[in-house]
Design a binder for this molecule. Structure first.
Ligand SMILES: Cc1cc2nc3c(=O)[nH]c(=O)nc-3n(C[C@H](O)[C@H](O)[C@H](O)COP(=O)(O)O)c2cc1C
Length: 389
């Protein structure tokens, strides 16, 4: 079983994670992790924090001479902003008086968090509920990607909506492995439709000028999975359920759909399924991919297509009316430095969660103590349904 924990506060010393259950012999490097951390930091609409941080990962355990040893892998990402927060975030009692945050921000964990944990200050809630925690998930996923990559499995994302502006029909190859993913990463909003992207940028600028924020949607696509990751045998082993839960665990995600998703509600049965074909040379195929790559909670050999709705940023430079927990009087919400649009970054985190779930299910099915053992289990299984030529 591949499992992990994350720890760290937004302005604390560092973010850390321990990943347990990786096979030995997997090539890993800090450069690989850093590439994905840097992808999470980009995108038009990010705030000042991203100018301060240059997220880079250090291995503290589990890797020797470029390969995993089978022992837990510990990763550390330092918060470059921490030196500016030493008094506010000191683990020891401090002499100085530290101003409490008491004006609750609607749309954040603030109100329920202070009540639940018995605080008179939002700071400890804000520090851990911040989406900065998704740095660690992105790092874990980079490790998972290294494993998936060994078996030709890729996971990428693109932005499909910013506020009222959605993408048009895309003219891209049928095989998502052939899509120009590196190009989309270099574009301002990680979007394939350049005309729509220009409108999206204007939408973000307009929201920013008004002291507002704007949400949107991203699509994650994964390809190259063998048939049969996940299972219908028990509800919590269903891959679609695991993916939906993993995506919903990202801060600000308010909707998830796989394949046609909510669209199936308005279709008839004959329009909603994907007819099955078999060819002795090319094996199993489908005439469409409305299911988005899963049937019965298992991969069916088609690309996995997951879309998610991202709520606009809750912290507004023109703040909403709220309540001060110290006085219980009406007050404008606290303003913490914030992004005005996080949709491109949320897409990278969405990829991360999909990569983690796929790696977990891959190791559930083919797990072994060394990568070679995983490979031989994978190859012998794939032979059972591979083409006859
Ligand atoms: C990558 C990413 C960056 C985010 N940046 C901010 C931010 O700068 N300011 C903010 O108020 N919310 C930000 N959010 C959203 C909040 O973290 C989120 O809305 C909040 O924790 C409440 O959780 P909920 O919206 O899931 O209920 C971000 C989310 C993601 C995924």
């Amino acid at each position: 079983m591949l499992r992990f924990l994350t720890a760290g506060e937004s302005h604390g010393k560092a973010l850390t994670t321990i990943i347990e259950g990786l096979p030995a012999g997997l090539p890993l490097s800090a450069e690989l992790i850093n590439r994905h951390l840097s992808r999470r930091m980009r995108g038009y609409g990010r705030g000042g924090r991203m100018l301060i941080e240059t997220d880079t990962a250090e291995f503290l355990s589990g890797v020797r001479h470029g390969f995993t040893m089978g022992s837990p892998v510990t990763l550390l990402v330092r918060n470059a902003d921490n030196p500016n927060w030493t008094v506010i975030m000191d683990e020891k009692p401090v002499e100085e008086s530290v101003k409490k945050i008491t004006r609750l921000r609607p749309g954040h964990a603030d109100m329920a968090g202070v009540i639940k944990y018995g605080f008179d200050d939002v700071r400890p809630v804000l520090e851990r509920s911040s989406a900065r925690e998704t740095v660690t998930r992105t790092a874990v996923a980079a490790v998972c990607r290294a494993l998936l990559d060994q078996f030709g499995i890729g996971v990428r994302s693109h932005v499909v909506r910013i506020g009222p502006v959605g993408i048009g029909e895309l003219d891209l190859p049928a095989d998502p492995a052939q899509w120009p993913w590196d190009e989309v990463d270099e574009s301002p909003l990680r979007c394939f439709d350049k005309a729509a992207e220009a409108e999206m940028v204007k939408t973000i600028d307009g929201a920013k000028e008004r002291g507002d924020s704007v949400g949107g949607a991203f699509e994650v696509i994964a390809w190259g999975m063998p048939i049969g990751l996940g299972s219908f045998m028990h509800f919590d082993r269903r891959l679609d359920g695991q993916i939906a839960g993993a995506i919903m665990s990202i801060p600000a995600i308010k909707g998830v759909e796989i394949g046609e998703g909510f669209g199936v509600a308005s279709l008839f049965g004959s329009q909603a399924q994907d007819e099955i074909r078999y060819n002795r040379e090319s094996g199993w195929s489908r005439v469409s991919n409305r299911a988005g790559g899963t049937e019965g909670g298992m991969t069916n050999g088609q690309p996995l297509v997951v879309r998610a709705a991202v709520k606009p940023i809750s912290t507004l430079t023109r703040p909403l009316t709220s309540v001060d927990i110290a006085t219980k009087e009406e007050a404008v919400a606290h303003v913490e430095r914030a992004d005005s649009c996080q949709v491109p970054a949320a897409g990278v985190v969405g990829e991360a969660m999909v990569a983690i779930v796929l790696a977990q299910n891959f190791l559930d099915k083919f797990g072994g103590d060394h990568l070679d053992h995983v490979r031989s289990s994978y190859e012998s299984y794939v032979r059972t349904y591979a083409t006859e030529k």
